[in-house]
Design a binder for this molecule. Structure first.
Ligand code: UD1
Length: 326
């Protein structure tokens, strides 16, 4: 059985591919390499360079490889860019998901795992967010993913597809064996920026807001190790293969840390007293956003193996060092 992973050369996608290959699965990656990196894929993964919205290409790949399962991650993911280019985001994330669904249904694909985001919740009125919280995204990125969720559920109902939608919280860290990591040059993620600052690649780290309603005033997020997240995709396919019902699940650990706690960890692990400065809040940043992740743990044979902030930071730092050396 061959699994198609769209966006498999990206940061999260490459870790999903590793998790599947490590579990003995056969994988074909479809990636346009617009942000993905061929080098992040192990030799045993077949790569088709192309667009997930290209119906002819996708149809051929599904046919030739006899694919019955898709893990769909290909997307544009930068929230502020989605605000200035909403139509580009709706096309890349929603339009192309629709195209993929059409081809997948025609080819008889029976299982789909979809990469969604906590951004579908917007700015929730509670810190711990369960899947029952009514989605209210506040930017085109979140809306483009929520619309995709709805399309998937509708298409599944009509065409006998089963699916798991994973709503990612804050993904961080790198493969513990150093095989993959976050390679995007201008990434804005806190963990990556803090690690680059520790390694002297940035002059300082800006703390966006220190007057949030949290114990130390800085924003709290649920940072999930990318390899644990990747493993949740493997578990999702396992659940569907056993005939499990379609699900929408938060993917996080269920606890959060503040920006200051992340900085303390980077200082502890790197031994560098990274320079920080205060900066205004970013628009739309909630005080705290933590996954109620109980459903993920209950439904799947999944338990995190890397739920440790210092480990996440140590592996993110190793990856940054590796990037500097290459
Ligand atoms: C992240 C995702 C976003 C997703 C959202 C869902 C990234 C880049 N973004 O957003 O796609 O939709 O989760 O919840 O992964 N911070 C600083 N200084 C910095 C960078 C960040 O203080 O230089 C703070 C932010 O204000 C925030 C926290 O660190 O409190 C995390 O920010 P960031 O890593 O950008 O992720 P989110 O904005 O939470």
């Amino acid at each position: 059985m061959t699994i198609l992973v769209t966006g498999g050369a990206g940061y999260i996608g490459a870790h999903v591919v590793l998790a599947l290959l490590d579990a003995g699965e056969d994988v074909v990656v479809l990636d346009d390499l617009s942000t993905g990196d061929r080098a992040s894929l192990p030799g045993s993964a077949r790569l088709v360079v192309g667009d997930v919205g290209d119906r002819d290409l996708v149809g051929r790949v599904l046919d030739e490889a006899g694919i019955a399962e898709i893990v769909h991650l290909a997307a544009k993911v930068i929230v502020p860019v989605s605000v200035v280019d909403p139509l580009g985001y709706y096309e890349a994330n929603t339009g192309k998901t629709r195209a993929l669904l059409e081809v997948a249904v025609a080819a008889g694909v029976s299982r789909l795992v979809f990469s969604s985001t906590a951004a579908v919740y917007g700015v929730p009125d509670t810190h711990l967010v369960s899947e029952d919280h009514v989605p209210a995204p506040i930017n085109p990125y979140g809306r483009s993913k929520l619309m995709s969720e709805w399309m998937i559920a509708d298409a599944a109902r009509a065409h006998g597809l089963s699916f798991v939608i994973l709503r990612y919280f804050n993904v961080a860290g790198a493969d513990p064996h150093g095989r993959a990591g976050q390679s995007t040059p201008d990434a804005t993620h806190l963990v990556k920026v803090a690690c680059q600052t520790a390694l002297g690649q940035r002059p300082h780290l800006a703390i966006y807001g220190n007057d949030f309603g949290t114990p130390d005033g800085t924003g709290i997020r649920d940072y999930v190790h990318v390899s644990d997240l990747a493993d949740a995709h493997r578990a999702a396919l396992g659940h569907l293969r056993e005939g499990g019902e379609s699900l929408v699940l938060n993917a996080g650990y269920g606890h959060g840390v503040s920006v200051r706690e992340v900085i303390d960890s980077v200082r502890r692990v790197s031994g560098v007293d990274i320079p920080v400065m205060s900066a205004p809040r970013r628009a739309g940043d909630p005080d705290a956003l933590i996954a109620d992740a109980s459903r993920l743990r209950q439904r799947f044979a999944w338990s995190p193996r890397h739920d440790d902030l210092d480990q996440i930071i140590a592996q993110a730092l190793s990856w940054e060092r590796r990037l500097m050396g290459s």
